[in-house]
Design a binder for this molecule. Structure first.
Ligand code: FAD
Length: 829
């Protein structure tokens, strides 16, 4: 066995094997290690379905790559991966479900995924064994289907070997040690003994420049070996196989094609044909998490006992949909661990705090995702960045606050939610409330309807007592819409108070701080007392992090970034500081996120409200443009609270962000609400803020801003100082302008606004996609932001947006259609 490789992949399931294949194909000297046999983890009992359906842009790309890649494997390796391209029929029992499919279809279009619409009559005509009279319609993907998981893994393994990878079985990784330049990985030889897999005395050490862990149900053991928290914990998933169904056998004998994979989402199951019978796979309620503290070493290709009671409802509904299955007996059953994460997405990317360590854990649709995950992870590792923004899958999206109990509750919920209606305004209930700002109870008493961001409770909007947020959800304008409208108007007309405590906050200081940040971010650093918006870029020149940066002293900077991305941003910052310490001198980074609460006060009356609270030798001028200009920061006192006030407003009105000691938050909240009463101050949630910022064309991180666009493509030229050198600059310039961020005013349907996932058209040609959407109170119509072909990014260009399977007129407008001169933000007083 080799004792040094460039890349060591641990785990020979579908995921690890695909990663080894793609790393080897990229020319890296790669070894794959498996403690048992290839496919002896979850991969062996997967049903092999390859569903395209996914609400996320990145994941749809991953699934799309897999499906296309698996079709090429036989020609490349001579091994048939058993791909049955039977298509995939996703049925709808309600109009709301059809709305969900229409929204999904728009996302699918942005990724070039083909689909068709079918009526109940068309379904019945094509597949007469199905009962369709209670269906509203269906979406059909003709190009996907199912595959044989073991065969596709073996084909990828052969392909990996053809590209020079080595595959070693019966070696278990038992230790990882970073030497500063490579990983020393300790392996134990495993042996069969009496039907068990046991460790032998034989050990060896391999050194590897990079390690990828793809250990499936063993993720908790991997987490312990690496000293990490990894919220990948399996949940039980079962499917049953019936005896042959005579009606189906007869139908196929008559020369009819195989049924597509059937999905009755409202009934929570998938069904496909299997040797004349049916496979039923339900996503039922109350499936328990397993192995929360680690999968036993003795667990191999084992299964749990079938729990038929738990899936009775879904079983009955299969019989309803396929009446001929009623008299058919059960032939086989599988109840295996299926790995989940709190949001259902895998953890794919760099491990937090570690160098050259990559995680590929927590795959619940691992057969579908393996191909694309291997492809994009290999790009990330070999080229530094992938073609798509992998942020939504990044393992660093969970912070140190995450615990086993949290992961268990959320993973069980993610499983149960596979087939629920995926409302874009959905908020899931498990493990809440967990991270709360001190004013949580006060906001709740005012009617706050909370959303969860990185574990934090954050008001989405405020509604009257007894309002049911769950019932208010919709693919169109939900019941919350009118409250959000009132909040948006309050900010434009009087004043609003937004809790922004969840912001990530770091202090960067020390003799090397200025030189470091000047290299790390693309804008000019602010002068002492001033605030700038700036961006840290990836090595590919795309946007990695957005910072509001305050220079508090010559070498002291306060950095504010998106609350949802705290650990993700922090890891990037800390690693960059460590890399550059020798060049720039000592830099200290302090995470002060949970030390400071933040209120954003905005609206034409914001100054008058603060004027009633500020303590100053000359209170009449303390908040004037002269003493407190736009984009400056001051330490002020509001009553008894010392406040680090930033004159910025993400809503595009006169306003301040009030960063305060978190233990004084309730005192400050009460004083602001009292002082605001006479000035029309309203508590305002994140949804109104999201609408308002689009009227100002303020890009948001995670939508307009991410690792697939440069700041120049995002239209942020004024925040990029091309006269200096900064990280990612050359790559940014080399990329040119592939597409351009625009704001659009949309004449959409009367009862709906876009969500930011819709495809954009120029005539019949798809020319881009929306990344944000909402309603504009200033213009009285829908608004959106998105990316289009550069030649179309000209104000006045008329395009259309696909919403609910129809095209609606959209006009590209100049940046900041509301108050383009910023007169309202700069208002003096
Ligand atoms: C009943 C059921 C049905 C399913 N159906 C589908 C489906 O239709 N479509 C779909 O896409 N997904 C399906 N899944 C999910 C799918 O099985 C998994 O997502 C996928 O197999 C995960 O692959 P993996 O490579 O991440 O993990 P695994 O296949 O579990 O592989 C991990 C490997 O790592 C090895 N390993 C662990 N620790 C070490 C170590 N320290 N040293 C060396 N080796 C180690 C293990 O032995 C194992 O072989 C299903 C799951 C279940 C339970």
């Amino acid at each position: 066995m080799k004792n040094h490789v460039k890349a060591l992949v641990v785990g020979g399931g579908a995921v690890g094997t695909s990663i080894a294949y793609h790393l080897a194909r990229a020319g890296w000297d790669t070894m794959l290690l498996e403690r048992d046999e290839l496919t002896s983890g979850s991969t062996w009992h997967a049903a092999g379905l390859l569903p395209y359906f996914n609400m996320s842009f990145a994941t749809t790309h991953i699934h799309d790559y897999s499906i296309r890649f698996y079709k090429t494997l036989e020609a490349e390796t001579g091994l048939n991966p058993g791909f049955s391209v039977v298509g995939n029929l996703r049925m709808a029992q309600s109009q709301a479900r059809m709305d969900e499919y229409r929204l999904y279809a728009s996302t699918a279009e942005t990724c070039g995924v083909p689909y068709e619409w079918l009526t109940p009559a068309q379904m019945k005509e094509r597949w007469p064994l199905m009962r369709t009279e209670d269906l509203v319609g269906a979406i059909f993907h003709p190009t996907d289907g199912y595959i044989t998981p073991a065969d596709v893994t073996q084909a990828m393994a052969k392909g990996a070997r053809q590209f020079g990878a080595t595959i070693e079985r019966k070696w278990q990784v038992d230790g990882y040690q970073w030497t500063g330049s490579e990983w020393r990985v300790t392996l134990t030889k495993m042996a069969e003994k009496g039907g068990n897999l046991v460790p032998t005395e034989e050990q060896t050490v391999i050194t590897a420049e990079h390690v990828v862990t793809a250990t499936g149900n063993h993720a908790q053991r991997t987490a312990r070996l690496l000293g990490l928290k990894i919220p990948a914990i399996p949940v039980e998933h079962q499917y049953i196989v019936t005896e042959p169904d005579p009606a189906l056998v007869e139908w196929r004998k008559a020369g009819n094609p195989e049924h597509p994979v059937l999905r009755d989402a409202d009934a929570k199951w998938y069904v496909r044909e299997e040797r004349g019978g049916w496979i039923l796979g339900p996503y039922e309620r109350n499936a328990p998490a397993r192995f929360a503290y680690g999968c036993p070493d003795s667990f191999r290709a084992d299964l749990f006992p079938l729990d038929l009671d738990r899936i009775e409802e879904e079983y009955m509904s299969m019989i309803h949909r396929l009446p001929s299955s009623e008299t058919v007996g059960l032939k086989d059953d599988y109840n295996g661990p299926i790995c989940y994460t709190p949001d259902g997405n895998p953890l794919l990317g760099p491990a937090p705090g570690l160098r050259n360590m990559w995680l590929a854990e927590g795959f619940s649709f691992g057969i579908t995702a393996a191909g694309g995950s291997g492809y994009y992870l290999a790009q990330l590792m070999t080229e530094g960045e992938a073609e798509i923004d992998m942020g939504a899958l990044d393992p660093r999206r969970y912070g140190s606050w995450m615990t086993t109990d949290y992961a268990v509750a959320k993973n069980e919920e993610a499983y149960e939610h596979v087939y629920i209606l995926h409302h874009p305004d959905e908020e899931r209930p498990a493990a809440r409330p967990l991270r709360t700002a001190p004013c949580y109870d006060r906001m709740k008493a005012l009617g706050a309807q909370f959303g969860q961001v990185n574990g934090w409770e954050r008001p989405n909007y405020f509604a009257p007592e007894g309002f049911d947020d769950h019932a208010a959800r919709s693919f169109r304008r939900g019941g919350w819409w009118e409250y959000t409208l009132a909040e948006a108007r309050a900010i434009r007309e009087t004043a609003g108070l937004i809790d922004a405590t969840a912001f990530a906050k770091h202090v960067v200081r020390g003799p090397g701080a200025t030189a470091f940040l000047d290299w790390f971010t693309c804008n000019k650093l602010p002068k002492v007392g001033r605030v700038n918006l700036t961006y840290a870029l990836t090595c590919a020149g795309t946007v990695r992090t957005e910072y509001t940066i305050v220079r508090q002293a010559e070498d002291v900077y306060y950095l504010v970034s998106a609350g949802g991305w705290h650990a993700y941003d922090e890891d990037f910052l800390l690693k960059a500081v460590e890399d550059k310490a020798a060049e720039f001198g000592p830099v200290i980074v302090e995470d002060v996120t949970t030390r400071h609460g933040v209120f954003a006060l905005a609206g034409p009356n914001a100054r008058a409200i603060l004027a009633g609270l500020i303590r100053d030798a000359d209170p009449a001028t303390a908040l004037s443009n002269k003493r407190f200009p736009w984009l400056s920061a001051r330490q002020i006192e509001l009553g008894m609270v010392p406040v680090n006030a930033l004159r910025v407003a993400y809503t595009g009105e006169l306003g301040w962000e009030l960063h305060h000691p978190i233990e004084m938050q309730n005192h400050l909240f009460d004083r602001l609400m009292e002082a605001g009463a006479a000035h029309g101050l309203k508590p305002v949630g994140a949804r109104a803020q999201n609408w308002l910022r689009q009227e100002k064309s303020y890009r948001a991180f995670g939508t307009e801003l991410g690792r697939d666009a440069t700041p120049l493509e995002a239209g942020l030229d004024r925040f990029v100082d091309l006269s200096k050198e900064f990280h990612g600059k050359a790559a940014m310039e080399a990329k040119g302008i592939r597409s351009k961020c625009v704001t659009l005013l949309i004449d959409g349907p009367e009862d709906a606004d876009p969500w930011g996932r819709e495809a954009l058209y120029d005539g019949e040609t798809r020319v881009g996609r929306l990344t944000s959407g909402g309603y504009s109170v200033a213009f009285g119509k829908s608004i959106g932001m998105g990316y289009v072909r550069p030649d179309l990014a000209v104000p006045g260009t008329r395009l259309s947006v696909r919403m609910f399977d129809a095209l609606w007129t959209a006009e590209v407008v100049g940046d900041s259609p509301h108050d383009p001169s910023n007169a309202r933000i700069r208002a003096d007083g």
